[in-house]
Unconditional design. Sequence first.
Length: 238
Amino acid sequence: MKRISWGIIPVLVILTACNLLQASFSKKVIQHPAPEIKMDHSYFENLGCFNDPACLPDNFRDLLDYPIDYISRPNDLLGGLNPSLPLAVARTNGFNAEDEFPAVYINSCMIQQYIRYLVLVNGELQLIDSVEKLAAIYAPIESENEALSYAIEATGLSALYDLDQSPNLKRFTDTLEETYVSKQDGGYLVHLFDTFLCGCGPHIVQSVDLVVSTDGSITFSDAIDAYSDPELDGLCID
């Protein structure tokens, strides 16, 4: 039988504690406050659009090259958009990728989700199916909140806060930084996350830095693995 000197045990305890302490400091969360912005959903809610896309006028639906399957409320973080206009998310599902389907962005899994927007501009309902059309309405981008809202609207990426409240996350970076916006020459840097889940776990959330120019154009950094939630490792999503 192997014997361990009792004098070594305190040393081992101290070394273990130091390693745990070092790990907790090396993998920290940089927190940022969420902006206090909110969307007004009343226009499309009063039309009943969040229950049935048939709420849209017949003459508008007749002009659509691609039908709208369902209409949903936009994220409240789109409330920083300027001008503040009635806005709804128009979604169309397809089982085969359509290269010619015009959309602001696409969520691709077994089912393709084509994301467009309905916007009421000067009393006229418009279907927005490209980032260029978004820019035509919302540019110039002139504040941090507007840059955040516009980046989320144009890409479908997520703003994440309070990540320190989930201590069981498996982190892939020493420092996990929450969403923030910083002003820079010609626009804003927006730090977001790709939280779209597809396939079987582990589902890795990636961080992405976007530069939103004042003219509404967007450039992307390479995505970086940020974290995964071990509780979702066994989850498969089509």
